[in-house]
Design a protein around this ligand. Sequence first.
Ligand SMILES: [Zn+2]
Length: 938
Amino acid sequence: MEAVYEPSRQQKIKHVVTTTVVVILIVMSIAVFERYDSELPQLQNVRRASEANYLDTNGKTFPWQQLRLPRYITPMEYHIRIYPDFRAKTFNGSVTIQMLTEQQTKLITLHGKKMKITNVDVNIESKDGSIWRKGQVRAMYESQKLEMHILEMTEILLERTKVNVTLAFEGKLMKKLSGFYLSNYTKPEGEVKYLAATLFEPTSAREAFPCFDEPDMKAKFTISIARSKDQISLSNMPLLTSTTYNRDIILDTFQQTVKMSTYLVAFVVCDFQSVNRTTSQGTKVRVYAPPHQISQANFALDTAVKVLDFYNKLFGIKYPLPKQDLVALPDFAAGAMENWGLITFQLTAILLDPDVSSARDRQYVVIVIAHELAHQWFGNLVSLKWWNDVWLNEGFATFVEYLGANEIDPSFSKMDLFVQSEMINTMAIDCEGNSHPVTATVSDPSQINGLFDAISYGKGASLIRMLSNFMGEEKFWDGIKKYLNTYKFGNARTEDLWDILTEFTQTNVSSMMDTWTKQMGYPVITMKRKDEGVQVTQEHFLLGRQKAPLSPYNYKWNIPFRYAVAKTSGISDQLINIHMDSGTKFQADHDQVKWMKGNYGMYGYYRVNYEESNWRALIKQLTDNHTVFSSTDRAGLIDDVCFLARAHKVSQTMALNMTKYLRNEGDYLPWSVALDCLTFIGERLRNKAVYDKLQKYTVGLMHPIIAKLSWEDTGSLLDKFLRSLMIDKALEFGHQTTIKNGKTMFHSWMKDGKKLNVNLKGEIYRAGAQYGDISESNFIYKEYIKAPIPSEKHTLLVALCYTSHESILQRLLKETAKGDVIRHQDLRIIMAEISKNPKGQLLAWIFLKDNWNNILEWFSGSLFVLPDLIQSATSSFSSVKRLAEVKAFFNSVDASAGKRQVLTSLNQIQMNIDWLENNEDEVTSWFKDPGNILLDNS
Ligand SMILES: [Zn+2]
């Protein structure tokens, strides 16, 4: 899955919990489709176990008591038929599963959720394989809590017996975001069109058909889907046959899949059109979109073909399916989902109009496609054995997506975007006491969902990059190829990967990497002069008052440590290992050394601290000639000094002193990190007298580069990102020239319809919203409603959140609650952006409180959205009063799905309070120094 971008509309299925043993009479529903399964025997007894302790209501124990399925019976093949009924908003179907008993048993236990099983038929193969006979089902049990059904047979099924179980089932085809669900879009002429699609990862295949819904219970799938004549259906494999089923209804049957996990099965029924091309290795690639948006699909097609060709070479294993479809879906909870052969996307993650979409929009599409295609190997071909290793899927796909993206745009080779998005941003949250290890023990679906977070994606990818740099790329990729070949069509655990990589290096990879994956957080390494050399030591880098739980490694890491030493004669760099139990020491001729820099090249997932004299020497080097360091190293120095200042390991003065060199900085990454640092300080001091000085200082730093960059659309991808970042922050910190230019361009667009630079549109809209009258904001809102391009809609909405008019913010929130003009799925964006607006921070919090129960309902199937909402609404508070209010509120409501984030938020608010207490005076006195005032700052 690609990390969530905009979660969509969600309707909760009301699930009736029965507390008595009930007899369900089978009532054949009269649907559009004739029932094909009327010959199956009807079930007489369906027991429902109660929710608590997996008991049934007679106090009898549900025959299986664990969250994981038993392994005494395993699936080999599925034959699935699905009949969606768009009018009745239901679907029914049947699945025949060919299974093999691994041990003798009377019970057949499998998953099923939010569905009614209407018929069951069991056939058992004789010992010699010559005949099949009917088996008798004595009783059937259902546990809603375990999301399981059990068929209890009258006879014992012997070991190594083949059993065919056919189950008929019915479910609701609803507007939700998981399982098999209903979606719609509106054609330009106003007609509403319906479609149905699936999203199964991690545990929702069981909402679409009964199955063994665990990733290591792989099987082959033959899928048939019914559709009307004016629709098409798509699934993982190419279409095999289409037969008229019932008047206007066609039954499409697809080729049998390769052996695969249930969470990767997918199907879509829609009226979309496609564009297609074939890769040099003969794979047919098609991109599907609603007919009126198909012209926006060409960029994605071109990208997918190039990236697929590249991965075939990189991984040394050809993509194993005959086709790869990519489908743009109007309602989708994640950015995209890597279903094997049928990748599904949210619209903004795949559609583009080159005339309207920005470089940022293009980068997002490239990254998401490269991510999902990487999963075709990492996840689909070799799957995780269990969800505790989600990071193996997501960390690899996230690491490889940058290599894939580099095929489309070589500016990715600098890895600046990786270092920021995956490493620096994740380290900013992985330093708190309630973070979690990369590999975590998970059992129930809500815990599994919780693992799709920055730790699995960003930290996972950063650790892989660190290891690849340590081993050397060539050896690393030799190891990865062997790993893919060894486990293809099977499952692997983290240990299996380490074992194979150990064959390709001198180091025991497990003993090094376990210290990174099995304990949370990361170290700060201190380099200190001692006697004739340099002493290097490590400790856990922790921010805030919250203590970390005990770690099996006592928060020591085996660190591949790379450092550079600058002498009068030049710079030399070294890679050494710091073993977890001891520090290390190296020789250095102190008279010759100008400065030392740890984490040279920024491959390591750790911070580095130095003695004051070395910090001063590093700042001097940045001031004299910052290009001695790469842009990633400059960003690393800034990020380290800012976070070390927050942890009181260096002074705030030192951090501010480092920012002074930025007047000469011309690269995106260092600026981006530095502005995050200054924004953090600004947010804390927003209502203090010194804020004005900080504001003037920041625009003074930016002034030369803003003047140099101008508003022209020139340069590399990173130059374009830098220009839009600088203008955005100049608007935030009140740079008068930028405000004036932005407003002028806004008016030329609003009044004369002038076409704007696509890469600065967001900033120009923001200038109008933030510094214009209410009529400007109203104009943006109208444009938002009618914008035909998904990415354009997004840009307008984000800009509107910066409005200085409270009534507009109120309207945005009200419309989001209605979920019509602004979809519920956009609440994440709105909360995130509005809470950054000084006028909106409190509104966001009040909205969250007032709508808490509604929010739980809107996002009931995608509760992974909650942490972001809580974070946006609360984390920037910095008063004791708000801390108490936030604590009291979450004690009074059901916040179980956001529990970790509530703790994080409380910790962050406390940190904000502490920061102000500890730093306000120091920052204030720093700005009293005339040497720290920049004059040309208009
Ligand atoms: Zn993914």
